[in-house]
Ligand binder design. Structure first.
Ligand SMILES: *Cc1c(COP(=O)(O)O)cnc(C)c1O
Length: 552
């Protein structure tokens, strides 16, 4: 008779993929997954949600405890599936929410295979050809953005924030050699634009640079760093004896798709090195987690326009290329496949133009005694992480191959042309204004006004005139209300889910300006759903007008 535990082990073996081929068990594995997918499919509808909106019950979650015995796989998948009910379907044509793409089937499989066989990218010993996939993706992407892939290196990390962390870490070690061993002992600053991602603050905080040493440079109306101010402010820091840990150029800001002028930033950096006889070269990091994908247009012939994009789209894409083609001027670049590359989370690639820079963060062999005995690819010697999943490079590889340049061009061209249609309508209407007019990406920020507001002059007054503060606040509230109404329409399967940003920028007198945001990343977006956004806006305006007429 076997012990109780042995019986348990025997039955739990059925819960693992079989180590030796077993067709019957394979179909049990696949079928279990299929059933989960089937249940999810049953939750799809005209509304961009799985199932219906769910009120989140954290109190019940707090009461959750581990069960005493095992339960059946079928029960487990059922539980898991329920956790997806109420989730947005990012790829739904009625979803224009944020920079979250629907992942392709290829990238899902790319992510799934490593989760079965569990390669660990800490070294090639534990990841074999999946390590090769990481090198492959790094090289393909390096060439795509304009780096020399022989000289550059890349690896995947824990998000766009991680890519920024690596960039600034290299810069810090260049500016203040020895910081890694002895700690940061002098003032070092990070320059970025005021529209840069808050990840700059996180990184300064976690690296010991200090959030207060992040200097945010004011932006132009096109949401790009005013480089003349960068130059002045950098001079001030250097004159006072401070060091520059990094200059972050944001290539595609999160809410506005603003693109910094990397060429000017690069010129300024070189000028400062000469002028101040710096013994280090301030590191430039290109935060291109959003914008990188537009590199596919670097060698697109916009005159011949072989893919047949509309005129307005060509103009938008060429406007973006103008900046994105400068990416190779950055010393390092952050790339999120999980943003504009249509993979599942997390798939973030850090690229460094000169692989030799990685020496700055490489551990001594004696610090890692139990790893890295054979072979030559040991990213674990310089990555912050020890274990790294193979899912990130495999899902990125899947999409790079699946799309090819033309596929990605077509997808980006499509979403940009849908955004352009929306803009055309919003600009043509008397009660709406597009507020990121100079940015030509998939995101549109706009404001809606009640009748009687002169929308030609209002944006300027709101931005500059302190006497307009109360009115601005009223308009902010108005836009929040529009958002709620549009949202509730959308959840009933009528309009489109968009989002709201509490502060797309501040006024000159320090008030946040609210904006509605449409982020189109779904390949299923179509012109009729753009109309449906507009219908929903007009309906919301009418409703508010009726309400305020009823309550004088
Ligand atoms: C999203 C974003 C980040 C952070 O990236 P995660 O992948 O979410 O960690 C950094 N910078 C910019 C410009 C972003 O849009």
């Amino acid at each position: 008779m076997s012990a109780v535990y042995q019986d348990l082990v025997t039955s739990l073996r059925q819960g693992f993929p079989q180590p030796v081929s077993d067709r019957v068990h394979d179909s049990y594995f696949v079928f279990s997954f299929l059933r989960a997918l089937d249940q999810l499919d049953g939750m799809k509808s005209a509304s961009p949600l799985l199932g219906t909106p769910v009120t989140l019950d954290y109190a019940a979650a707090k009461q959750s405890r581990m069960n005493e015995g095992p339960i059946q796989l079928e029960q487990v998948t059922q539980l898991l599936v329920e956790h997806l009910s109420g989730m947005f379907i990012w790829g739904h044509p009625r979803a224009q929410i944020n920079v979250i793409p629907p992942p392709t089937i290829a990238s899902v499989i790319g992510g799934l295979l490593p989760s079965i066989y569990n390669p660990n990218l800490v070294s090639e010993e534990s990841s074999r050809q999946v390590a090769v996939a990481e090198v492959e993706v790094s090289s393909m992407t390096a060439e795509l953005i304009g780096y020399d892939s022989q000289q550059s290196a890349g690896f995947f990390t824990f998000g766009g924030t991680g890519t920024l962390l690596y960039g600034v870490k290299l810069g810090l070690e260049k500016a203040c050699p020895g910081s890694a061993r002895q700690g940061v002992r002098e003032r070092a600053v990070i320059f970025c634009s005021e529209r840069a991602h808050y990840a700059c603050l996180s990184v300064a905080n976690w690296l010991g640079i200090g959030q207060e040493n992040v200097i945010q440079i004011p932006c132009s109306p096109e949401n790009e760093m005013r480089t003349c101010l960068l130059e002045t402010m950098a001079r001030d820091v250097l004159k006072a004896g401070g060091k520059i840990a990094a200059i972050v150029a944001t290539m595609g800001t999160t809410d506005h798709f603003g693109l910094d002028d990397l060429k000017s930033i690069h010129e300024i950096r070189d000028r400062l090195v000469d002028e101040f006889h710096l013994d280090y070269c301030p590191h430039i990091h290109g935060d291109a987690v959003i914008g990188w994908a537009w590199s596919v247009f670097n060698d697109y012939d916009f005159d011949k326009n072989p893919l047949g994009f509309r005129h307005r789209t060509v103009r938008a894409l060429a406007g973006t290329r103008r900046r994105i083609c400068e990416l190779p001027l950055a010393d390092s670049v952050g790339i999120d496949f999980h943003k504009t590359g249509f993979t599942p989370y997390i798939s973030s690639l850090f690229l460094v133009r000169d692989a030799a820079d990685l020496e700055l963060i490489t551990r001594k062999q004696s610090d890692t005694p139990y790893l890295f005995h054979d072979g030559h690819y040991h990213p674990g010697r310089y990555t912050l992480e020890t274990s790294r999943s193979g899912s990130a490079p495999m899902s990125a590889l899947a999409n790079l191959r699946l799309f090819g340049k033309n596929g990605l061009r077509a997808l980006l061209g499509h979403v940009v042309s849908m955004a352009e249609v929306l803009r055309e309508h919003l600009e043509g209407h008397a009660s709406t204004t597009v507020v990121n007019r100079g940015n030509f990406g998939p995101v549109t920020l706009f404001r809606v006004y009640p009748d009687g507001v002169d929308t030609f002059g209002v944006a300027d007054r709101e931005q500059k005139d302190p006497a307009y503060r109360d009115q601005l606040r009223v308009h902010n509230e108005y836009n929040r209300r529009i958002y709620q109404l549009v949202q509730s329409d959308a959840l009933h399967g009528e309009g489109v889910v968009i989002s709201l940003t509490d502060c797309y920028r501040e006024t000159d007198y320090g008030e946040p300006i609210v904006a509605l945001k449409s982020y189109i990343l779904s390949p299923f977006a179509e012109e009729r759903y753009i109309d449906s956004v507009l219908q929903s806006l007009w309906k919301a305006r009418a409703k508010i007008a009726a309400e305020s007429a009823a309550t004088p």
